[in-house]
Design a protein around this ligand. Structure first.
Ligand SMILES: [Ca+2]
Length: 361
């Protein structure tokens, strides 16, 4: 499909053909099987208007996920920036879609207090590092990725939701088995993250893997364990010059690592670090099914600044053993990746505003 403006994410209805998609500054829309597009939720012109929707920089309407039981409950979920709270926050909201999929109602804000970067600081403008991918896991729980907001203590602060992966039920309540460290917000599944842009679940084991922006080095893909620390801690590094005390851009892989195993010896180890460089690594999704032949079970990673699609081979413990780029695709910002119900790979190419279908051969 074409004509998407600042697209961010998409999801298929159970029919395998209808596509729900988000646009950062506009909202949630649906592309029906006849090709018509209907605006469901967001700015004026949507079936359900969200006057609180706010967009700037990397924030606005980000991820979308449909409920595993959508056929019965017709629930769909969106991650969005909102000015309903002061200061503003990112929220996860739940909507109910009509039987004909052409209107939304019943907005329920299931998480209201994900931190948002409200004001510029010495390392960048407002609206930065909001995370925003949402996906249901094979365990039936909703995983939500967030970002550090350029806020030095946020990733390691277990009382707040930024710089985390959250895991909740369809009402936003903590999932069982999160193993959150004592005293932490029980919705936290993992912490110590910078700006998580992708999450996908390994076929066979169901283990979640995330993909994450690095600063001026070291994008990461990381297999998650409940209660784990991703090891990002951009504060209190006296040897570095840190604007507004945010050290995230100040160092190198030794002095400001994406995974600081000196401070956090038990930190979750990354599978892959993009050969130590940062290219705006964004979404990721596992390829699955025999149609993918040698790539069955590999992880597709969309790289936005680097404008390429990498395919990672992982060993049994989840560490990358090889990476190859898909050839024959245009250079693009690979903003969202979805393995479609038909087993093909779908890509939201942000610059051209299109969703592509990639068929193995
Ligand atoms: Ca890390």
């Amino acid at each position: 499909m074409t004509g998407i403006s600042s697209g961010w994410d998409f999801a298929f209805a159970p029919d395998g053909q209808t596509i729900f998609f988000t646009e950062l500054c506009r909202g949630l829309s649906v592309r029906l099987t006849n090709g018509n597009v209907v605006r469901l939720f967001g700015t004026t012109g949507s079936s359900l208007v969200a006057a609180d929707l706010w967009c700037e920089n990397q924030s606005g309407v980000n991820g979308v996920a449909i409920d595993p039981d959508f056929t019965n409950n017709r629930f769909i979920y969106v991650y969005m920036a909102s000015n309903l709270s002061s200061p503003r926050t990112n929220r996860v909201i739940r909507l109910t879609l009509s039987a004909d999929l052409m209107s939304a109602s019943g907005r329920t804000d299931i998480i209201t207090n994900i931190q948002y970067k409200n004001v510029a600081n010495g390392v960048g403008g407002p609206g930065a590092h909001s995370g925003g991918r949402i996906r249901f896991g094979p365990d039936g729980f909703l995983y939500i990725t967030t970002g550090d907001n350029h806020n030095p203590p946020l990733p390691q602060d277990l009382s707040r939701l930024g710089g985390k992966v959250l895991r909740v039920d369809r009402n936003g309540s903590p999932a069982t088995g999160n193993n959150t460290p004592a005293g932490g917000d029980a919705r936290i599944f993992t912490y110590g993250h910078r700006n998580v842009q992708g999450i996908s679940f390994r076929p066979g084991t169901g283990q979640p893997f995330i993909s994450e922006h690095g600063p001026n080095h070291s994008d990461e893909v990381t297999p998650l364990v409940a209660g784990g620390n991703g090891g990002w801690d951009p504060e209190n590094r006296p040897a570095l010059t840190c604007p507004d005390n945010y050290c995230g851009y100040a160092g190198d892989p030794t002095t400001m690592p994406m995974t600081d195993t000196t401070r956090f010896p038990n930190a979750m180890r990354a599978s892959w670090n993009n050969n130590g460089v940062s290219q705006g690594t964004g979404p990721s999704t596992f390829l699955s099914g025999t149609q993918w032949k040698a790539w069955d079970g590999r992880l597709a990673v969309g790289i936005m600044g680097g404008q390429r699609l990498a395919i990672l081979q992982l060993n049994a413990s989840g560490m990358a053993t090889s990476s190859v780029d898909v050839t024959g695709l245009p250079g693009e910002r690979y903003r969202s990746l979805v393995l479609g119900p038909d087993g093909n790979l779908y890509i939201l190419a942000q610059n051209v505003g299109e969703i592509w279908r990639i068929v193995p051969n």
